[in-house]
Design a protein around this ligand. Structure first.
Ligand code: UDP
Length: 458
């Protein structure tokens, strides 16, 4: 009998599209029919990036049906403004999703039986229910991050935050034994990356989604039990099925990959290259950009650095940039605007990962045994940093100076410390073995994934 038609809906951001697409490939491999629903803007970017890298239409989606709905914003509105995006998505996307579902049926596609939806798009579970579609919730990040969300009432009761999510006490706490210690100023919704207005909107979204998640019959996370034993014990119903990976299938990149860097890596010695990337959202001001660039030069090591076109919104001095490029071009360093990070981290030349600690980046570094130099930017990245430096001990973190700047000397010193630390290297390698074992037959994530497949096969 043909397997069910499953709708997959990510929150509109790279770090959500990627893991949900990885999960979709796994389902397609098992015979499920998957329709992957991006926002129109993201869909156009994904298709353009796929065309640029595959050169043809045939490989688009790799067996996944790609669909799209409007996000409710006009073309010229700023999608980086969390207030606007969240407001538009929650207000307008439910109606668009309803029309899409009705349209799929009218076009003769099999009736969708399941929605595998991002836990951050809780409203979609209500839409599914209207159509008699059953729902599974996907948490694309650390179980500990979802645990923090779900424990908000306790954080309020304990007097750490108020009922708007704002700080009442400055202190470091652990939700449960074995969980990463976190300072209250680094809670995902309170940390310094976002202005206060956005924080409240974000907190509001989280508390709404906490309730809507109950509409899903199962919650899975892109993590693994052995990485988060404390969080898994606290919430045994959140099933870790990761680390998810793509095996070279399309992951829904929103920017085209620059494939030249893999050839460049091929020419570098084993475990020699400092890989530097801050995900899809982090931004640096000109001063910090310059310190980082000069710090990389100072290490005297080869480096591969991802600088997205929107990475430094204030712009940079063209003269300085030209000089920098001239000094490092060729064997010393390579700067690209996007790469296949999964391929880069799996490359034998990767020595350490200077990372913002987005959860996908974290899992990708972990399963390839690459030590981290953590440079968190916002949201759950501080929590993920705490896992790396305090719990798994597979990396160190940069320390900003009194002006909040990570200086070039600090970068050089920490890169040397990470690369020179035999303990970090060994733990990273052993942890990668654990991560890989758990997705193989008999492993904890493998078993949890089977539970998901059994449910979707009902
Ligand atoms: N990524 C990539 N190429 C790049 C930079 C990033 O493919 O040049 C991918 C990376 O592999 C990861 C995702 O973008 O899967 C970023 O997600 P993450 O959760 O690490 O960070 P976010 O973008 O959400 O801050």
């Amino acid at each position: 009998m043909a397997k069910a038609h499953v709708l997959v809906l990510p929150y509109p951001a790279q770090g959500h599209v990627t893991p949900l697409m990885e999960l979709s490939h796994r389902l397609v491999d098992l015979g499920f029919e998957v329709t992957f629903i991006n926002t129109e803007v993201d869909h156009a970017l994904v298709v353009a990036a796929l065309r640029a890298s595959s050169g043809g239409e045939a490989a688009l989606g790799g067996g996944i049906h790609l669909a799209s709905v409007p996000d409710g914003l006009t073309d010229d509105e700023d999608r980086k403004d969390l207030n606007k995006l969240i407001d538009a998505v929650t207000r307008h996307m439910p109606g668009h999703l309803e029309r899409l579902i009705a349209g799929l049926e009218a076009a003769g596609r099999p009736r969708a039986k399941w929605l595998v939806g991002d836990a951050n798009m809780g409203w979609s579970f209500e839409v599914a229910r209207k159509f008699g579609i059953r729902a599974v919730s996907v948490w694309p990040a650390a179980t500990a991050a979802l645990a923090l969300n779900l424990k908000i009432p306790k954080l309020i009761e304990d007097g750490l935050i108020d009922d708007k999510g704002l700080l009442r006490r400055q202190e470091t706490f652990e939700l449960a034994p074995g969980m990463p210690p976190l300072h209250t100023s680094q809670l995902p919704w309170t940390n310094a990356g976002a202005p206060e207005g956005q924080r409240i909107i974000f907190f509001d979204l989280i508390t709404r989604n906490n309730k809507l998640n109950d509409l899903a019959e199962m919650t899975v996370a892109n993590s693994f039990h052995e990485a988060e034993a404390g969080a898994s014990k606290l919430f045994p119903n959140i099933l870790p099925i990761g680390p998810l990976s793509a095996d070279r299938k399309p992951v829904g990149n929103l920017l085209p990959e620059d494939g030249r860097c893999i050839k460049w890596l091929d020419g570098q010695p084993d475990r020699s290259v400092v890989y530097v990337a801050f995900g899809s959202l982090a931004i640096f001001d000109g001063r910090q950009f310059q310190e980082l660039a000069e710090g990389l030069e100072l290490t005297g090591r080869p480096f591969l650095w991802v600088v997205r076109p929107d990475f430094t919104p204030g712009g940079l001095s063209k003269a300085w940039l030209d000089e920098f490029h001239q000094r490092v071009a060729g064997s010393r360093g390579m700067v690209v605007s996007w790469c296949s990070q999964q391929q880069v981290l799996a490359h034998r030349a990767a020595a350490c990962f200077v990372s913002h600690c987005g959860w996908n980046s974290t899992m990708e570094g972990v399963r390839n045994g690459v030590p981290f130099l953590c440079w968190p930017y916002f949201c759950d990245q501080h929590l993920n940093r705490s896992y790396i430096t305090n719990v798994w001990r597979t990396g160190l973190a940069v320390s900003p100076d009194v002006d909040g700047i990570v200086t070039k000397e600090e970068l050089r010193t920490k890169v040397e410390q990470v690369i020179g630390d035999a303990g970090i290297k060994k733990r990273a390698r052993l942890f990668a073995d654990v991560a890989r074992r758990c997705v193989r037959e008999g492993g904890s994530s493998y078993e949890n994934f089977n539970r998901l497949v059994n449910l979707l096969s009902e």
